[in-house]
Design a protein around this ligand. Structure first.
Ligand SMILES: *Cc1c(COP(=O)(O)O)cnc(C)c1O
Length: 362
Protein backbone atom coordinates (compact mmCIF):
# COMPACT_ATOMS: atom_id res chain seq x y z
CA UNK A 1 0.00 0.00 0.00
CA UNK A 2 1.26 3.48 -0.85
CA UNK A 3 0.24 5.48 2.23
CA UNK A 4 -1.30 8.91 1.80
CA UNK A 5 1.47 10.28 4.00
CA UNK A 6 4.36 8.60 5.80
CA UNK A 7 5.35 11.30 8.30
CA UNK A 8 8.06 9.17 9.88
CA UNK A 9 9.79 9.07 6.49
CA UNK A 10 9.27 12.79 5.84
CA UNK A 11 11.05 13.63 9.11
CA UNK A 12 13.66 10.88 8.89
CA UNK A 13 16.08 13.05 6.90
CA UNK A 14 16.19 15.60 9.75
CA UNK A 15 16.50 12.95 12.42
CA UNK A 16 20.00 13.71 13.72
CA UNK A 17 19.48 17.48 13.76
CA UNK A 18 16.15 17.04 15.54
CA UNK A 19 17.57 14.65 18.15
CA UNK A 20 20.39 17.06 18.81
CA UNK A 21 18.03 20.04 19.12
CA UNK A 22 15.69 18.20 21.51
CA UNK A 23 18.64 17.17 23.68
CA UNK A 24 19.80 20.79 23.86
CA UNK A 25 16.34 21.98 24.96
CA UNK A 26 16.19 19.21 27.55
CA UNK A 27 19.61 20.15 28.92
CA UNK A 28 18.83 23.88 28.97
CA UNK A 29 16.02 23.43 31.49
CA UNK A 30 14.06 26.19 29.70
CA UNK A 31 11.06 24.81 27.89
CA UNK A 32 8.82 27.79 27.10
CA UNK A 33 9.23 31.35 25.75
CA UNK A 34 12.99 31.17 25.39
CA UNK A 35 15.77 31.38 22.80
CA UNK A 36 14.53 28.78 20.31
CA UNK A 37 11.18 30.55 20.02
CA UNK A 38 12.83 33.96 19.69
CA UNK A 39 15.09 32.61 16.93
CA UNK A 40 12.21 31.00 15.12
CA UNK A 41 10.03 34.10 15.33
CA UNK A 42 12.86 36.17 13.83
CA UNK A 43 13.60 33.66 11.03
CA UNK A 44 9.97 33.03 10.18
CA UNK A 45 9.15 36.76 10.00
CA UNK A 46 12.19 37.24 7.73
CA UNK A 47 11.13 34.28 5.60
CA UNK A 48 7.58 35.62 5.17
CA UNK A 49 8.77 39.18 4.65
CA UNK A 50 6.93 40.62 7.65
CA UNK A 51 8.18 42.66 10.58
CA UNK A 52 6.77 40.31 13.21
CA UNK A 53 6.00 36.65 13.82
CA UNK A 54 4.46 35.46 17.09
CA UNK A 55 4.47 31.75 17.93
CA UNK A 56 1.24 30.33 19.36
CA UNK A 57 -0.21 26.92 20.22
CA UNK A 58 -1.86 26.02 16.90
CA UNK A 59 -3.34 27.42 13.70
CA UNK A 60 -6.83 27.74 15.14
CA UNK A 61 -5.49 29.86 18.01
CA UNK A 62 -3.46 31.96 15.57
CA UNK A 63 -6.62 32.84 13.60
CA UNK A 64 -8.71 33.26 16.68
CA UNK A 65 -6.19 35.54 18.43
CA UNK A 66 -5.92 37.76 15.34
CA UNK A 67 -9.68 38.33 15.44
CA UNK A 68 -9.60 38.94 19.20
CA UNK A 69 -6.63 41.30 18.93
CA UNK A 70 -8.38 43.39 16.28
CA UNK A 71 -11.18 43.74 18.82
CA UNK A 72 -13.88 42.03 16.75
CA UNK A 73 -16.70 40.32 18.66
CA UNK A 74 -20.47 39.93 18.96
CA UNK A 75 -22.35 41.98 16.36
CA UNK A 76 -19.44 41.93 13.91
CA UNK A 77 -19.43 39.99 10.64
CA UNK A 78 -16.41 38.44 8.99
CA UNK A 79 -16.51 37.35 5.37
CA UNK A 80 -14.98 33.91 4.84
CA UNK A 81 -14.86 31.17 2.21
CA UNK A 82 -17.50 28.43 2.44
CA UNK A 83 -15.03 25.88 1.11
CA UNK A 84 -12.45 25.53 3.85
CA UNK A 85 -11.43 23.48 6.84
CA UNK A 86 -13.74 23.93 9.83
CA UNK A 87 -10.99 25.69 11.86
CA UNK A 88 -11.24 28.85 9.73
CA UNK A 89 -14.91 29.22 10.66
CA UNK A 90 -14.46 28.13 14.29
CA UNK A 91 -12.00 31.00 14.78
CA UNK A 92 -14.73 33.44 13.78
CA UNK A 93 -17.58 31.92 15.80
CA UNK A 94 -15.36 31.37 18.84
CA UNK A 95 -14.97 35.16 19.06
CA UNK A 96 -18.75 35.63 18.89
CA UNK A 97 -18.53 37.05 15.35
CA UNK A 98 -20.80 35.95 12.52
CA UNK A 99 -19.14 34.17 9.59
CA UNK A 100 -20.59 35.25 6.23
CA UNK A 101 -19.82 32.41 3.86
CA UNK A 102 -18.92 32.98 0.22
CA UNK A 103 -18.90 30.37 -2.54
CA UNK A 104 -15.58 29.56 -4.20
CA UNK A 105 -14.36 30.07 -7.70
CA UNK A 106 -14.52 26.63 -9.33
CA UNK A 107 -11.07 26.89 -10.92
CA UNK A 108 -9.10 27.61 -7.77
CA UNK A 109 -11.53 26.45 -5.03
CA UNK A 110 -10.64 29.73 -3.31
CA UNK A 111 -13.11 32.46 -2.31
CA UNK A 112 -14.69 34.05 -5.38
CA UNK A 113 -13.84 37.78 -5.26
CA UNK A 114 -16.83 38.58 -7.51
CA UNK A 115 -19.25 37.53 -4.77
CA UNK A 116 -17.77 39.50 -1.88
CA UNK A 117 -19.06 43.06 -2.35
CA UNK A 118 -22.76 42.08 -2.33
CA UNK A 119 -22.28 40.51 1.12
CA UNK A 120 -20.72 43.55 2.75
CA UNK A 121 -22.93 45.24 5.37
CA UNK A 122 -22.30 47.96 7.98
CA UNK A 123 -21.40 45.12 10.40
CA UNK A 124 -18.65 43.69 8.19
CA UNK A 125 -15.23 44.10 9.77
CA UNK A 126 -12.88 41.83 7.86
CA UNK A 127 -12.36 39.46 4.96
CA UNK A 128 -10.73 36.16 5.85
CA UNK A 129 -9.05 34.45 2.92
CA UNK A 130 -7.90 30.83 2.97
CA UNK A 131 -5.19 29.84 0.50
CA UNK A 132 -6.81 26.42 0.10
CA UNK A 133 -4.68 23.38 -0.75
CA UNK A 134 -1.64 25.71 -0.96
CA UNK A 135 -2.84 27.99 -3.76
CA UNK A 136 -2.86 31.74 -3.11
CA UNK A 137 -6.11 33.67 -3.42
CA UNK A 138 -6.53 36.58 -5.85
CA UNK A 139 -5.10 39.03 -3.35
CA UNK A 140 -5.04 42.00 -5.75
CA UNK A 141 -8.84 41.89 -6.09
CA UNK A 142 -9.43 41.18 -2.41
CA UNK A 143 -7.10 43.92 -1.15
CA UNK A 144 -8.86 46.32 -3.46
CA UNK A 145 -12.29 45.52 -2.01
CA UNK A 146 -10.97 45.65 1.56
CA UNK A 147 -9.47 49.10 0.98
CA UNK A 148 -12.63 50.40 -0.61
CA UNK A 149 -14.78 49.32 2.35
CA UNK A 150 -12.24 49.83 5.14
CA UNK A 151 -12.02 46.12 6.06
CA UNK A 152 -9.11 44.15 7.52
CA UNK A 153 -7.71 41.25 5.51
CA UNK A 154 -6.89 38.14 7.53
CA UNK A 155 -5.00 35.35 5.78
CA UNK A 156 -5.50 31.75 6.80
CA UNK A 157 -2.10 30.61 5.53
CA UNK A 158 -2.23 27.24 7.30
CA UNK A 159 -1.83 25.38 3.98
CA UNK A 160 0.42 27.80 2.10
CA UNK A 161 3.78 28.20 3.84
CA UNK A 162 6.17 29.61 1.25
CA UNK A 163 3.71 30.34 -1.57
CA UNK A 164 4.48 33.68 -3.20
CA UNK A 165 2.88 36.18 -5.51
CA UNK A 166 4.78 39.01 -7.21
CA UNK A 167 7.69 38.29 -4.88
CA UNK A 168 5.56 38.57 -1.74
CA UNK A 169 4.95 35.55 0.43
CA UNK A 170 1.85 34.09 2.04
CA UNK A 171 1.67 35.69 5.46
CA UNK A 172 2.56 39.15 4.13
CA UNK A 173 -0.41 39.66 1.82
CA UNK A 174 -2.98 40.96 4.32
CA UNK A 175 -3.11 42.79 7.66
CA UNK A 176 -2.28 39.62 9.61
CA UNK A 177 -1.88 35.93 8.82
CA UNK A 178 -2.26 32.65 10.68
CA UNK A 179 -0.02 29.63 10.18
CA UNK A 180 -0.33 26.09 11.53
CA UNK A 181 2.66 23.83 12.09
CA UNK A 182 0.55 20.70 12.61
CA UNK A 183 2.80 17.77 11.61
CA UNK A 184 1.25 17.23 8.14
CA UNK A 185 1.54 20.84 6.97
CA UNK A 186 4.18 21.97 4.47
CA UNK A 187 6.12 23.24 7.49
CA UNK A 188 5.26 20.93 10.37
CA UNK A 189 6.61 20.30 13.86
CA UNK A 190 6.16 17.23 16.08
CA UNK A 191 3.00 18.37 17.81
CA UNK A 192 0.55 21.25 17.53
CA UNK A 193 2.04 24.65 16.77
CA UNK A 194 1.19 27.90 15.04
CA UNK A 195 2.19 31.50 14.39
CA UNK A 196 0.80 34.91 13.50
CA UNK A 197 2.68 37.12 11.04
CA UNK A 198 2.02 40.83 10.62
CA UNK A 199 3.60 44.23 10.00
CA UNK A 200 1.33 45.81 12.60
CA UNK A 201 3.43 46.50 15.72
CA UNK A 202 0.52 46.99 18.10
CA UNK A 203 -1.26 43.86 16.85
CA UNK A 204 1.93 41.80 17.31
CA UNK A 205 2.39 43.17 20.81
CA UNK A 206 -1.20 42.37 21.74
CA UNK A 207 -1.02 38.80 20.42
CA UNK A 208 2.26 38.32 22.27
CA UNK A 209 0.38 39.25 25.44
CA UNK A 210 -2.82 37.34 24.63
CA UNK A 211 -0.98 34.05 24.10
CA UNK A 212 0.47 34.32 27.61
CA UNK A 213 -2.52 35.09 29.91
CA UNK A 214 -2.66 38.63 28.55
CA UNK A 215 0.71 39.53 30.12
CA UNK A 216 3.53 41.49 28.53
CA UNK A 217 5.31 41.33 31.90
CA UNK A 218 4.89 38.35 34.15
CA UNK A 219 1.90 38.61 36.53
CA UNK A 220 0.75 41.83 34.88
CA UNK A 221 -2.32 41.03 32.78
CA UNK A 222 -3.30 43.78 30.36
CA UNK A 223 -5.91 41.64 28.60
CA UNK A 224 -8.03 38.59 29.35
CA UNK A 225 -5.65 36.29 27.52
CA UNK A 226 -5.27 32.58 26.97
CA UNK A 227 -2.46 30.06 27.30
CA UNK A 228 -1.35 29.29 23.74
CA UNK A 229 2.40 29.10 23.27
CA UNK A 230 4.75 27.48 20.78
CA UNK A 231 7.08 25.47 23.02
CA UNK A 232 10.88 25.41 22.82
CA UNK A 233 11.11 21.88 21.41
CA UNK A 234 8.70 22.65 18.59
CA UNK A 235 10.44 25.97 17.88
CA UNK A 236 13.80 24.15 17.72
CA UNK A 237 12.38 21.58 15.27
CA UNK A 238 10.89 24.38 13.16
CA UNK A 239 14.22 26.22 13.09
CA UNK A 240 15.69 23.12 11.45
CA UNK A 241 12.84 22.46 9.04
CA UNK A 242 12.33 26.07 7.94
CA UNK A 243 15.72 25.92 6.20
CA UNK A 244 14.40 23.12 3.99
CA UNK A 245 10.94 24.51 3.30
CA UNK A 246 11.77 25.92 -0.14
CA UNK A 247 13.36 22.69 -1.31
CA UNK A 248 10.45 20.64 0.04
CA UNK A 249 8.04 22.96 -1.78
CA UNK A 250 9.95 22.57 -5.04
CA UNK A 251 9.75 18.80 -4.68
CA UNK A 252 5.98 19.17 -4.24
CA UNK A 253 5.87 21.24 -7.43
CA UNK A 254 7.78 18.52 -9.30
CA UNK A 255 5.30 15.91 -8.12
CA UNK A 256 2.37 18.14 -9.11
CA UNK A 257 3.90 18.66 -12.57
CA UNK A 258 4.34 14.91 -12.94
CA UNK A 259 0.70 14.25 -12.01
CA UNK A 260 -0.56 17.05 -14.27
CA UNK A 261 1.45 15.77 -17.24
CA UNK A 262 0.78 12.06 -16.76
CA UNK A 263 -2.77 11.69 -15.52
CA UNK A 264 -5.10 11.26 -18.47
CA UNK A 265 -8.55 10.10 -17.61
CA UNK A 266 -11.65 11.98 -18.72
CA UNK A 267 -13.48 10.92 -15.56
CA UNK A 268 -11.05 12.90 -13.47
CA UNK A 269 -10.77 16.67 -13.26
CA UNK A 270 -7.25 17.81 -12.47
CA UNK A 271 -6.43 20.98 -10.54
CA UNK A 272 -6.15 24.02 -12.81
CA UNK A 273 -2.57 25.02 -13.38
CA UNK A 274 -1.48 28.29 -11.86
CA UNK A 275 1.44 30.65 -11.78
CA UNK A 276 4.20 28.39 -10.49
CA UNK A 277 5.24 30.27 -7.35
CA UNK A 278 1.75 30.94 -6.10
CA UNK A 279 0.99 27.27 -5.36
CA UNK A 280 2.87 25.10 -2.84
CA UNK A 281 0.69 22.00 -3.29
CA UNK A 282 -0.14 21.24 0.31
CA UNK A 283 -2.66 18.87 -1.27
CA UNK A 284 -3.15 17.57 -4.81
CA UNK A 285 -6.91 17.48 -5.16
CA UNK A 286 -8.73 15.97 -8.14
CA UNK A 287 -12.48 15.77 -8.69
CA UNK A 288 -14.65 12.96 -9.95
CA UNK A 289 -18.43 12.55 -10.14
CA UNK A 290 -18.15 9.09 -8.61
CA UNK A 291 -15.59 10.06 -6.03
CA UNK A 292 -16.28 7.29 -3.50
CA UNK A 293 -16.03 4.66 -6.23
CA UNK A 294 -12.76 6.12 -7.47
CA UNK A 295 -11.45 6.09 -3.92
CA UNK A 296 -12.35 2.42 -3.41
CA UNK A 297 -10.79 1.54 -6.76
CA UNK A 298 -7.51 3.25 -5.91
CA UNK A 299 -7.47 1.55 -2.51
CA UNK A 300 -7.82 -1.83 -4.22
CA UNK A 301 -4.91 -0.86 -6.49
CA UNK A 302 -2.79 -0.11 -3.41
CA UNK A 303 -3.09 3.69 -3.28
CA UNK A 304 -4.39 5.41 -0.17
CA UNK A 305 -6.27 8.67 -0.74
CA UNK A 306 -8.09 11.09 1.59
CA UNK A 307 -10.96 13.55 1.25
CA UNK A 308 -10.39 17.22 2.07
CA UNK A 309 -13.06 17.68 3.19
CA UNK A 310 -16.06 15.33 3.29
CA UNK A 311 -18.45 17.83 4.94
CA UNK A 312 -18.34 21.62 4.47
CA UNK A 313 -18.46 23.84 7.57
CA UNK A 314 -22.06 24.99 6.98
CA UNK A 315 -23.23 21.35 6.96
CA UNK A 316 -21.52 20.45 10.25
CA UNK A 317 -23.73 19.42 13.14
CA UNK A 318 -21.88 21.89 15.36
CA UNK A 319 -23.51 24.79 13.52
CA UNK A 320 -26.89 23.38 12.51
CA UNK A 321 -27.27 25.90 9.67
CA UNK A 322 -29.77 23.80 7.77
CA UNK A 323 -31.24 26.86 6.09
CA UNK A 324 -28.02 27.83 4.32
CA UNK A 325 -27.59 26.47 0.82
CA UNK A 326 -24.23 26.69 -0.93
CA UNK A 327 -24.59 24.41 -3.96
CA UNK A 328 -21.13 24.82 -5.43
CA UNK A 329 -19.41 24.21 -2.10
CA UNK A 330 -21.58 21.14 -1.50
CA UNK A 331 -20.80 19.75 -4.95
CA UNK A 332 -17.07 20.28 -4.46
CA UNK A 333 -17.15 18.43 -1.15
CA UNK A 334 -18.93 15.51 -2.84
CA UNK A 335 -16.39 15.28 -5.66
CA UNK A 336 -12.93 16.01 -4.26
CA UNK A 337 -10.25 13.40 -3.64
CA UNK A 338 -6.66 14.04 -2.53
CA UNK A 339 -3.89 11.96 -4.09
CA UNK A 340 -0.70 11.37 -2.10
CA UNK A 341 1.42 14.55 -2.15
CA UNK A 342 4.49 14.69 0.08
CA UNK A 343 8.28 14.62 -0.01
CA UNK A 344 8.53 10.99 1.06
CA UNK A 345 7.10 9.70 -2.23
CA UNK A 346 9.46 7.79 -4.53
CA UNK A 347 9.32 8.08 -8.31
CA UNK A 348 8.27 4.42 -8.58
CA UNK A 349 5.33 5.12 -6.28
CA UNK A 350 4.29 8.13 -8.35
CA UNK A 351 4.31 5.97 -11.47
CA UNK A 352 2.14 3.40 -9.73
CA UNK A 353 -0.31 6.06 -8.57
CA UNK A 354 -0.62 7.50 -12.08
CA UNK A 355 -1.15 4.04 -13.59
CA UNK A 356 -3.88 3.29 -11.08
CA UNK A 357 -5.64 6.61 -11.73
CA UNK A 358 -5.38 6.22 -15.51
CA UNK A 359 -6.80 2.69 -15.45
CA UNK A 360 -9.95 3.74 -13.58
CA UNK A 361 -13.18 3.16 -15.50
CA UNK A 362 -16.80 3.58 -14.53
C1 LIG B 1 -4.70 23.05 9.60
C2 LIG B 1 -5.58 24.20 9.31
C3 LIG B 1 -6.05 25.05 10.32
C4 LIG B 1 -5.87 24.79 11.78
O1 LIG B 1 -4.59 24.60 12.21
P1 LIG B 1 -4.35 23.76 13.58
O2 LIG B 1 -2.90 23.96 13.86
O3 LIG B 1 -4.70 22.34 13.28
O4 LIG B 1 -5.22 24.36 14.62
C5 LIG B 1 -6.78 26.16 9.96
N1 LIG B 1 -7.09 26.41 8.67
C6 LIG B 1 -6.69 25.60 7.68
C7 LIG B 1 -7.04 25.95 6.28
C8 LIG B 1 -5.93 24.46 7.97
O5 LIG B 1 -5.56 23.65 6.97
Amino acid sequence: MIPFLNLQKVNQRYRFDIEDAIRRVLDSGRYLLDQNLEDFERSFADYCGTKYAVGVGCGLDALSLIIKAFGFGPGDQIIAPATTYIASILAISRNGCEPVLIEPDIESYNINPDLIVEKITPATKAIMVVHLYGRLCRMDRITDIARRFGLKVIEDACQSHGASWNGRKAGSLGDAAAFSFYPTKNLGCLSDGGAVTTNDASLARKIRALRNYGCIQKYDSEYQGVNSRLDEIQAAVLNIKLKHLDSENSRRRQIAAFYLNSIENRRIILPYSSDKDSHVWHLFVVRSRNRDRLRRYLWEKGVETLIHYPVPPHRQKAYGWDDISLPLTERIHDEVLSLPMNTALEQSELVKIVEAVNSYEE
